[in-house]
Design a protein around this ligand. Structure first.
Ligand code: ADP
Length: 614
């Protein structure tokens, strides 16, 4: 045994070790191809080392040829696998060189394997004439074949040169693209290997160098480069892992502080992962398996379909997912949950994952509901106060039909005293009484409708009719205050979507404010005009114009603030409520000073049957 019998197997072992590591990484981590190809090249070089050792120990011609042919194959596989590794790992390279390398090598290999090739001849030698025993340092001996070189042996060397050109070119390109130190290190090592390995083989084959083949030794340069590269990856991985842990800790802290629950849903396997906080919100235990059906089952029955639809929409459009739903709790309370999420594309563009957060918004929801209730109560209070003002005007309106009924009844009594009584007259009187009664009934209905507290109920309605009703309500007051009240509704006005009682409240409020404003003017100049006309696309505008003093510019921005009033006994909530009502109808309300005198309050309402864009 000499040192060579130990050295070559050590090279092979080093190659096998790195090959195993790369194989392991390649099997588990994407992209797989570069790692697997590199592992293949390392395993092949281990074979090359073994063959080199066997070649230097044989002096039997037939055995030598068998080993030599196997070596040629192994070198070919190594050449191609290394090239494919560079191609996939660097992500570039010249295609014609990719084809040239295996083509040139295969041509050379034909001398080893073509059936027509004479026995005792191959790619390297036309014929082997003798074996010589050489001695190297340490007294170690080995056999060297001597023979007639095959001139076509230039082909595998051309393949090696093409390979060097390919690797250099690919490295330079990658470096230009910002590949950093990797193309220099890995590309440099591969080029070094081919230069040294190729040169050494050429010198051995031409008899200029008295050593065995040492191609596998040159591969050590690649082994070192790849180990450095792997080391860098491992270090980067470790750094990433600690960063990940840190960011996970931050995320935990942030989600705990914000009271957020986190969840992920693997669409393919229909499995939810959720943090303890998220599980607790739905009443799921820590170990419970959650799938889509289980999740939907935990929701309020009325919210299941909408939530399921939101999930479907998010998956179909790959957009965000943003819903609020209720979760019934065991103590028959309700928990409101807001959920946000997003769909993540899988590797092949199919959505495979949904990820998001859940937040308990019960308190906010309760506050909103409470606010709504208070608002409706306030609106009711304001209506009652306004109706109080109108009670006088209504009494005035009622006194007219009631007086007429009384007078007609007295007349009927007189007719009954006739003998025979005039039945036609009596019938006419009864018809009059019924009409007067109906008028009085209508006045009372209007008042009752105004006083009732109701939620908003939109329906198509005619603004001309609403203006007329409001004018009828306000007319008595207007007469008493000597205000000229006019209505102007365009004849072809489209219907709007609205709640008649609420819109009447707004109109009445604006009309009463206008009458308050003009009261400061001399009687002849007290004018209030209610006008309705089309406004742009799909809207109708109502304007309440007065001839009062107008609005001081510094007050213009404050009129809609709750409790803002300039009147001695004003409440300052009429305009605030009017705005709430108009906005709930999908419209806008705003004041402006007229060019000549007074102010105009305008509001818009969407036409019935026109889709709203908001
Ligand atoms: P109130 O009528 O109880 O004061 P509003 O909210 O209806 O409450 O009105 C708020 C304020 O807006 C009024 O006090 C008044 O100063 C101003 N305002 C409303 N309408 C007019 C108008 N037509 N002209 C001038 N000022 C007005």
């Amino acid at each position: 045994m000499n040192w060579m019998t130990i050295a070559w197997p050590m090279v092979a072992a080093a190659c096998l070790t790195l090959g195993m590591i790369e194989l392991n990484i390649g099997l588990w981590q994407r992209p797989r191809a570069p790692r697997l190809l590199f592992a293949l090249s390392a395993f092949t070089v281990a074979c090359v080392a073994g063959l080199e050792l066997a070649l230097m120990r044989t002096d039997v011609l037939a055995e030598w040829w068998t080993l030599m042919r196997l070596l040629d194959i192994a070198v070919g596989v190594m050449l191609v696998s290394l090239m494919a590794f560079i191609w996939t790992y660097f992500g570039n390279g010249r295609k014609w060189l990719v084809l040239a390398v295996p083509a040139l090598y295969a041509l050379g290999l034909a001398f080893d394997y073509l059936p027509g090739a004479p026995a005792g001849s191959g790619m390297t030698y036309k014929a082997v004439t003798a074996f010589r025993t050489a001695e190297t340092f340490g007294g170690a001996t080995f056999h060297v074949a001597e023979g007639v070189p095959n001139p076509w042996n230039v082909l595998p060397y051309l393949a090696v040169l093409a390979q060097i050109a390919f690797v250099t070119d690919a490295s330079v390109r990658w470096r230009h693209k910002g590949g950093g130190w990797r193309p220099v290190l890995v590309g440099g090592a591969v080029v070094f290997f081919f230069l040294c390995g190729g040169l050494q083989a050429a010198l051995v084959e031409t008899g200029l160098l008295n050593t065995p083949y040492m191609i596998s030794w040159a591969y050590l340069a690649i082994l070192i480069a790849m180990s450095i590269e792997l080391n860098a990856d491992v270090l980067a991985g470790a750094r990433l892992a600690s960063q990940l842990q840190e960011s996970e800790r931050r995320m935990d802290l942030a989600s705990a502080a914000a009271d957020l629950g986190l969840w992920t849903w693997d669409v393919g396997s229909d499995t939810f992962w959720a943090t303890s906080r998220a599980r607790a919100m739905f009443g799921f235990s820590e170990s419970e398996h959650i799938d889509r059906a289980r999740f939907l089952g935990a929701l309020h029955p009325d919210d299941r379909e909408a939530t399921n639809q939101a999930i479907e929409d998010a998956l179909a459009t790959r957009s965000g997912y943003d819903v609020e739903y209720r979760v019934p709790l065991p103590d028959s309370k309700i928990r409101w949950i807001a959920a946000r999420g997003q769909v993540e594309r899988g590797a092949r563009g199919t959505s495979t994952l949904m990820r998001g957060v859940v937040l308990d918004v019960s308190t906010r929801r309760q506050t909103e509901l409470e606010l709504q209730r208070l608002h409706s109560e306030l609106a009711h209070a304001s209506r009652v106060s306004m109706m109080g003002q109108l009670a006088l005007a209504l009494a005035h309106e009622l006194s007219q039909p009631l007086g007429a009924i009384l007078r007609n009844t007295e007349a009927a009594e007189l007719f009954l005293e006739h003998d025979p009584p005039d039945l036609d007259e009596l019938r006419a009187i009864l018809v009059d009484i019924r009409h007067d009664d109906q008028r009085a009934g209508a006045v009372i209905d209007r008042l009752r409708a105004g006083l009732k507290r109701r939620t908003i109920a939109l329906r198509p309605l005619s603004l001309s009719e609403e203006l007329a009703s409001v004018a009828a309500l306000a007319r008595g007051d207007a007469m008493a205050r000597k205000v000229a009240l006019e209505i102007d509704a365009a004849p072809d006005l489209p219907l709007v979507m609205g709640d008649p009682v609420q819109l009447q409240q707004v109109l009445l409020n604006l009309a009463l404010n206008a009458m308050d404003a003009v009261e400061q003017m001399p009687a002849a100049k007290r004018k209030v005009m209610l006008r309705a006309q089309r406004h742009g696309e799909g809207e109708v505008e109502v304007a309440v114009k007065d001839s009062g003093p107008g609005i001081a510019p510094e007050r213009l921005g404050r009129l809609f603030e709750p409790f803002f009033t300039t009147k001695a006994n004003g409440m300052g909530i009429g305009l605030a409520i009017s705005r709430t009502i108009i906005e709930a109808h999908g419209g806008r309300i705003w004041p402006e000073n007229n060019a000549d005198e007074g102010a105009t309050f305008r509001f818009t309402l969407p036409q019935a049957g026109v889709a709203r864009s908001s």
